[in-house]
Design a protein around this ligand. Structure first.
Ligand SMILES: [Zn+2]
Length: 272
């Protein structure tokens, strides 16, 4: 599932190629991924509109467009498990392809079709945005607030990091990697972390996400960037997907447990 670094990579890739391009046609192969408005309106609003800006909030990407009637709309793309937004030639496997004025396409691919496209007037009105916690790389995400918020939560720390209402953009990969870097056991209750541990975690969340953005994301499963290429952060995983392999720090075997229904990797020696 694309997490913050993957969506940020797609955003910066697409900014270089789709801004100020006009959408001249739309080919819809799987209408069910378009959640609003109806298909007819979706097409009539988007065709002959211009891509003006790209926004990322958490794991959500939105393309701000201006229609031929000079109205502003947002095409919000929630990629969920297997969504991809790839610029290039028309891809017959894509679910929805947007033909651009330069002859290239912006293809929305989605193997499992769990993703969602929405064309709305105001993205702030989307429930996913309304309920979203702070951006971990945003300036208003402060250590003191994080330490305080953690101290009152009885949930286990790893599932709490996945809670998009608590903090935006973190999924399974970056939660386990940030916890490993912080030497914190993922099953520990958030309120049992002391202020020093919470501060280290705060730093490592930012550090892990920044490093992953530099590596253009992690292609552990089917993630692709805006040009259809893989990210390389997967080569830097300490624990994710490494069940039974030796810990890169202490050589103890990496364990996989389930927490909140999600596979969770950690080193029981390094993480207390
Ligand atoms: Zn270890």
């Amino acid at each position: 599932m694309p997490e913050l670094p993957e969506v940020e990579t797609i955003k910066s890739d697409l900014e270089k190629v789709i801004l100020n391009k006009k959408i001249t046609d739309i080919v819809i192969h799987r209408a069910s991924v378009i959640k609003e408005p109806g298909l007819k309106k979706f097409k009539s609003l988007l065709i002959n509109s211009w891509c003006k800006k790209i926004i990322r909030r958490g794991k959500l990407l939105a393309i701000e467009i201006i229609t031929h009637q000079k109205e502003i709309y947002f095409l919000a793309v929630h990629m969920r498990m297997t969504g991809q937004l790839v610029y290039g030639k028309e891809d017959p496997k894509s679910r929805v392809s947007f033909k651009l004025s330069n002859g290239f396409y912006l293809c929305y691919n989605d193997q499992r079709t769990l993703g969602e496209l929405r064309l709305v007037k105001d993205i702030r009105g989307l429930s996913v945005i309304k309920n979203m916690g702070p951006e971990p790389l945003g300036e208003d995400f402060k250590a003191d607030d994080f330490i305080r918020d953690i101290s009152v939560r009885a949930a286990r720390i790893k599932p709490l990091l996945l809670d998009q209402k608590f903090i935006a953009g973190i999924g399974n990969i970056y939660a386990v990697e940030a916890l490993f870097s912080s030497k914190i056991n993922p099953a520990k209750k958030a309120c049992d972390l002391n202020a020093r541990e919470a501060k280290v975690l705060f730093k490592n969340i930012k550090g892990t996400l920044r490093k992953a953005i530099k590596c253009r994301g992690s292609s552990f499963s089917n993630y692709r960037d805006g040009y259809g290429n893989k990210g390389t952060f997967s080569e830097n995983f300490y624990v994710y997907g490494r069940k039974g392999l030796p810990c890169l720090v202490c050589e103890n075997s990496i364990q996989r447990i389930k927490l909140g229904g999600r596979g969770t990797y950690f080193c029981s020696k390094c993480q207390k």
